[in-house]
Write a protein that binds this ligand. Structure first.
Ligand code: ADP
Ligand code: MG
Length: 628
C-alpha cells in the first residue's frame, strides 16, 4: 500500500498528484551520498558547487553550538579533533560495551553510563545520541537534493551494512525521521549495489552474487541469493577495522623504513600529515601508473614502484580473501557457484584488488559503475520501485504501519517496522523492572510515534505466574508474527520458567488508508519533540534504575567505603534526584555521569564489578503490581 502525503500542506495526496521523488541515500562511515531517478536513470546529486558527489560523514560543533556537516566539518578535523565527529555510523545502535575499543581512539567524548544503554556523545554540556548526529548528515543530504530538484523531499530509502542488527537499523530509521524523512525502507548495501548493476530487476532471475566492499576503514563481503526479485543474504563477513587507510599507513611505514632520520622528523605534526597525504596520493596514482615520486621536503624525495605497492597491499588483501572463503563456507556454497562479483567502495579501484579477486573467483568482477556511487544508485532504484514507477516490478505486500509494544515510561518499541514485507516474523527479549514481579502486561500498538499514547492500541494480554525473581533476571521473549492476511499473533514467553501467553489481532481492522497517512505525517511533523520526549523518558528511567542500584550499593559496600565516600555518593544521588525533578535531560545525564565516574572505582575496588550497578536489559512497563 502506498500512502502519498504532502509534507508542505499536511494533506493526504491523491494518487494522481503523487509526483514526489523518493531519494536513495547511502549513509556511509566515511562518506554519504544521495541519488534520485531522473529520466529513468539513477544519478547521484552533487553539492551546490556542482563538483563534489561524496559528502564526508563528519560533523563539527562550532563554539556557538551550531552543527556543521560535510566538507566544511572535515576541514576542522585537524585543528579541532575534540569538536569534530567522524564515523558516527560505528556508534549507531551500540551500547558502550560494544564500542569500548573504538572509544579510546576518538578525541571526542563517548559516555560510559555503566549500563547497557545506548552510547551518548558529550559535546559541551549536551549529550547526543548517534542517531541525532546521523540525522544532521541526512538533513544536509536532504537539503542538497531539495536544492537540486527545486522542491521538498519527504521520502527516502536508506542503506545499511548487511550485518546491521535490528537496533542499528531502528537507529537509522529514527535518524531519518528526525531529519524529516519518511523512511520507506532500510535496505542492505550489497542489495543496493546489486540493483545498481541491474541484478534483481528481472522476475525470472535466479542467481548467486558476491558483493565485495572495501572502503576507507571497513571491509564487507556478502553472498546474496536473488530469486524473483527477492534478495536473501546467505552470509556476510567483514572487518570493521580494515580498509584503504591501512594501506596508506603501511606506505608511510615503508617510507620511514627507507629513509633514515625520517621517523624523528615526524614529531612535526604537519610533516606527518603531509606524509600521510602523499601515501594516499601514491596509492591512488599507482592504480594507473608504474612509478610514483614526490618531495616531502626540498631535500627528501619519496619513491614507490607498483611492485613495492602491491607487496604492501598483499597482507591486507589476503585478509579479505580469507573472509571471502569464510563467507562462502557459511553460505555453504562453492566458489564456482558464484555467478557475479560486484565491486563497491573506493579501495576496489586498486588494480591489485581486482587482480586478486579475478584469481579467486575465476571471473572478472563487475566494475563498470563508480564504486563510490553504486550503493546510492541502487538505493534510488529501490526507491523508484517502491514509488510504483517500475511497472514490471512486483510490489510485495507490506505492513503499512509499524507494530510494537509499550516499554517502561510509555515508550513504543517497534518490533516489525513499517513497510516490512509480509508475512514477517520478528522478536526481541525483555525483562522485568521490579523485584518479584509475577504478572506482566503486554500492550500491542501500531504507529510511528515514539510514545504509545500517540499510537493506536491493538490489544493487550497478561503473561501470568512468572516465578518470583529479582528485577532484570527474567528473560521474556516477545515474538510478533504477521501472516499474509495481516493477522498479527503476539507471543510472550518467560524462558527461565517456560511461562507463555499469546494474543491474535487483525492489525488492519478498523483503520482507513487516510487515517494511516495522517498518522505517518504526524510522526514526521512531531519527530523532534517526540525524540526529545523519548530521550527525557529514557534518561529518567535510567536514572531511576541507577538510584535504586545506588541504594543497594551503599548497603552492600558499607564496610569498605569511607564516610566521605558514602557522603559524596549520597550528595550525588540527591543531585540526580533534583535533575529528574527538573526534567532536564542533559542535567540528568551529567548527574549520572558524575555519579558513575565516582562510584565505578569504588565498585571495582570492592570487587563488585558493577554487578549491582548495572541493570541489564530493557524492561516492560510494570503495569501490574508485583505480588509478594
Ligand atoms: P567508506 O566506505 O569507508 O565510506 P569509500 O568507499 O569512500 O569509504 O572509500 C574510501 C577509500 O578509497 C579511501 O581509503 C581512498 O584512499 C580509497 N581510494 C579512492 N580512490 C582510490 C584509488 N584509485 N585506488 C585505491 N584506493 C582508492
Ligand atoms: Mg562505503
Amino acid at each position: 500500500m502506498k500512502i502519498p502525503i504532502d509534507i508542505k500542506t499536511g494533506s493526504v495526496k491523491k494518487e494522481s498528484e503523487n509526483k514526489d521523488i523518493i531519494v536513495g541515500i547511502d549513509l556511509g562511515t566515511t562518506n554519504s551520498l544521495v541519488a534520485i531517478i531522473e529520466n529513468d536513470f539513477p544519478r547521484v546529486i552533487k553539492d551546490e558547487s556542482g563538483t563534489e558527489v561524496l559528502m564526508p560523514s563528519v560533523l563539527f560543533f562550532d563554539p556557538e553550538g551550531k552543527i556543521i556537516t560535510g566538507q566544511e566539518a572535515k576541514k576542522q578535523l585537524t585543528d579541532y579533533p575534540s569538536r569534530t565527529i567522524k564515523s558516527v555510523k560505528r556508534l549507531m545502535g551500540k551500547s558502550y560495551a560494544d564500542v569500548k575499543d573504538f572509544s579510546t581512539s576518538t578525541a571526542y567524548e563517548i559516555i560510559d553510563s555503566g549500563t547497557d544503554q545506548l552510547v551518548k556523545i558529550k559535546m559541551d554540556e549536551n549529550f547526543y545520541t548517534p542517531f541525532e548526529l546521523s540525522a544532521e548528515i541526512l538533513k544536509s543530504l536532504k537539503s542538497r537534493a531539495e536544492k537540486y530538484i527545486g522542491s521538498k523531499i519527504s521520502r527516502a530509502v536508506i542503506t545499511v551494512p548487511a550485518y546491521f542488527n535490528d537496533t542499528q537499523r531502528q537507529a537509522t530509521r529514527d535518524a531519518g525521521k528526525l531529519a524529516g524523512l519518511d523512511v520507506l525502507r532500510i535496505i542492505n548495501e550489497p542489495t543496493a549495489a546489486s540493483l545498481a548493476y541491474g541484478i534483481g530487476l528481472k522476475m525470472d532471475e535466479n542467481e548467486i552474487v558476491a558483493v565485495y566492499d572495501l572502503g576507507g576503514g571497513t571491509f564487507d563481503i556478502s553472498v546474496l541469493h536473488i530469486e524473483n526479485g527477492i534478495f536473501e543474504v546467505l552470509s556476510t563477513k567483514g572487518d570493521t577495522d580494515l580498509g584503504g587507510d591501512d594501506i596508506d599507513n603501511d606506505i608511510l611505514q615503508y617510507w620511514i623504513s627507507q629513509h633514515a632520520g625520517l621517523s624523528e622528523k615526524l614529531s612535526d605534526f604537519y610533516l606527518y600529515g603531509k606524509l600521510l597525504y602523499l601515501a594516499e596520493e601514491a596509492k591512488i596514482y599507482l592504480s594507473q601508473h608504474e612509478n610514483y615520486a614526490a618531495f616531502l621536503t626540498e631535500d627528501l624525495q619519496l619513491n614507490l614502484s607498483k611492485t613495492e605497492f602491491f607487496d604492501i597491499c598483499k597482507k591486507w588483501i589476503d585478509k579479505t580473501i580469507n573472509a571471502c572463503e569464510s563467507a562462502l563456507r557459511d553460505a555453504k556454497i562453492s566458489v564456482k557457484e558464484i555467478q557475479k562479483v560486484i565491486l563497491v567502495g573506493g579501495s576496489t579501484r586498486n588494480p591489485y584488488v581486482k587482480q586478486r579477486l579475478s584469481e579467486f573467483f575465476g571471473m572478472t568482477p563487475h566494475d563498470a559503475l563508480n564504486p563510490d556511487e553504486a550503493v546510492a544508485l541502487g538505493a534510488a532504484i529501490q526507491a523508484d520501485i517502491l514509488a510504483g514507477n517500475r511497472k514490471d516490478m512486483l510490489l510485495l505486500d507490506v505492513a503499512p504501519l509499524s507494530l510494537g509494544i509499550e516499554t517502561v515510561g510509555g515508550l513504543m518499541d517497534v518490533i516489525i517496522p513499517r513497510n516490512s514485507k509480509i508475512p514477517h516474523k520478528a522478536g526481541r527479549q525483555y525483562t522485568t523492572s521490579v523485584d518479584g514481579q509475577k504478572n506482566l502486561k503486554i500492550s500491542v500498538y501500531q504507529g510511528e510515534r515514539d510514545l504509545v499514547a500517540n499510537n493506536r492500541k491493538l490489544g493487550e494480554f497478561i503473561l501470568k505466574d512468572i516465578p518470583p525473581m529479582p528485577a532484570g533476571l527474567p528473560k521474556i521473549d516477545i515474538h510478533f508474527l504477521i501472516d499474509a492476511d495481516g493477522i498479527l499473533t503476539v507471543k510472550a514467553k518467560e524462558l527461565r520458567s517456560d511461562t507463555e501467553a499469546r494474543i491474535e489481532i487483525n492489525a488492519s481492522f478498523g483503520i482507513s488508508e487516510e487515517k494511516m497517512a495522517e498518522m505517518l505525517l504526524e510522526s514526521i511533523q512531531h519527530a523532534k519533540e517526540d525524540a526529545d520526549q523519548k530521550a527525557l523518558i529514557e534518561a529518567t528511567v535510567e536514572a531511576q534504575n541507577v538510584l535504586l542500584a545506588t541504594d543497594k550499593f551503599l548497603i552492600q559496600n558499607k564496610e569498605t567505603m569511607t564516610t566521605t565516600e558514602s557522603q559524596k555518593i549520597k550528595e550525588m544521588k540527591a543531585d540526580v534526584e533534583k535533575a529528574i525533578q527538573s526534567k532536564n535531560k542533559n542535567l540528568i545525564e551529567s548527574g549520572l555521569k558524575s555519579l558513575n565516574d565516582f562510584a565505578a572505582p569504588i565498585a571495582q575496588r570492592s570487587m563488585d564489578h558493577l554487578i549491582s550497578f548495572s541493570l541489564k536489559g530493557k524492561s516492560l512497563e510494570n503495569s501490574s503490581e508485583p505480588e509478594h
